[in-house]
Design a protein around this ligand. Structure first.
Ligand code: NCD
Ligand code: ZN
Length: 360
């Protein structure tokens, strides 16, 4: 066996769906899957129902996660139209960042009003960054606002050539900007839509083959790989108005290890973008704890990603049928074996909620 040892991996963009959308996924089913795929920390997005916009809601979500988690969980706050930015800012010490939806997507969190955007950029105290879903020209708006208000901007799921080139330009000019890219934007493009139909629909949408090529060509500008794991049920996807979003937690590491196998990525590239950079950007616990958490991978394993048999309630993947290289054999979390040979050994609650507000 070609054994590889990786540090605990961080997925900085995951939709845990609780509270409010438990029919799409539940904490109890979801956490084992992450551990089994080598992800030992997930950062949860705020577009739940109700959205995570206040300290009370953050604390309620932290309680849910603390009871069920077998991996570590960080929580994003979300900017909403009807929550005072100062109220949201008061919960900042307990959050991994503030998420602002500037572009249209699933849920009702879109902020379009410039005065409101300015208010959130003015009042957010950090230490986590402001993470934005901002496509096209709206990305330029957010880059400008971050610069004007001295904020660290983290750009979620970059998908187009123009966007990655703009971020390169901003970095060259010393802007405090970081970004992430998803496996679906690296592996798929609009040419896959006839085959995938609604299962290929997400926000940002699949772009052109040239956009996809540009993401790979600008890998040095990409700080993190992140799934944007956004599960919706197979029935919802087959319905008349399929919601945007695709699951990704169970397929990210195998796909990226396959890119390493094919020489499109080095193992260092992978570790930097799934461990070192996420830890730095989102101020996650570093040092001793990290040394006690690791993932053992059999790099020689080759298999096809299945059509079903996933641990998500939605139980489908846009990558079904893809041949991948590399399987997780063992995961150790703070010196405890939490996954071995296909079996989750950790009890619910073995994971920690990062910087949680006091939960009894
Ligand atoms: C996400 C979801 O379903 O919550 N959907 C998506 O297509 N990415 C929302 C989001 O991250 O934009
Ligand atoms: Zn998302």
């Amino acid at each position: 066996m070609d054994a590889i040892r990786l540090p605990g991996l961080v997925d900085v963009h995951v939709h845990l769906r609780e509270p409010g959308y438990e029919h799409k996924e539940t904490l109890a089913q979801r956490h084992p899957r992450r551990i089994g795929r080598g992800i030992t920390t997930v950062l949860d997005m705020p577009n739940t129902s109700p959205p995570t916009a206040t300290l009370d809601r953050l604390a309620a979500k932290a309680r849910l996660a603390a009871a069920a988690a077998v991996c570590d969980v960080g929580l994003f706050l979300g900017a909403t139209r009807d929550t005072d930015p100062l109220i949201t800012a008061a919960a900042a010490p307990y959050a991994c960042g503030l998420k602002i939806y500037v572009s249209e997507t699933f849920g009702s969190l879109r902020l379009e009003d410039l005065a409101q955007l300015m208010a959130f950029f003015r009042t957010w105290p950090g230490p986590g960054p402001i993470a934005v879903h901002a496509e096209g020209l709206l990305l330029a708006t957010c880059l400008a606002l971050a610069q004007l208000y001295g904020q660290h901007l983290h750009v979620c799921h970059v998908s187009r050539r123009s966007e990655i080139e703009l971020i390169r330009r901003a970095k060259q000019h010393g802007a405090a900007v970081t970004c992430e890219v998803t496996p679906h934007h690296l592996w798929l493009c609009e040419d896959d839509l006839p085959r995938l139909a609604a299962r290929g629909q997400m926000k940002p949408p699949l772009a052109t083959a040239a956009d996809r090529t540009a993401l790979w060509a600008n890998l040095d500008v990409i700080d993190c790989f992140a799934t944007d794991h956004a599960p919706h049920t197979a029935a919802e996807k087959a319905g008349p108005q399929p919601p945007p979003g695709v699951p990704g937690l169970e397929t990210m590491l195998p796909l990226l290890l396959t890119a390493v196998h094919e020489g499109r990525l080095t193992l260092d590239d992978l570790i930097t973008r799934l461990h070192h950079n996420p830890t730095r950007i989102f101020h996650l616990p570093a040092g001793g704890q990290q040394a006690q958490t690791w993932v053992e991978v059999d790099a020689a394993a080759v298999y096809d990603l299945p059509a079903s048999g996933y641990q998500t309630l939605c139980d489908w993947s846009p990558f079904s049928g893809y041949t991948v290289h590399g399987a997780v054999r063992r995961v150790v979390l703070r010196n405890q074996v939490v996954f071995a040979d296909g079996v989750v050994l950790a009890a619910p609650g073995a994971g920690r909620v990062l910087a949680a507000p006091v939960v009894e």
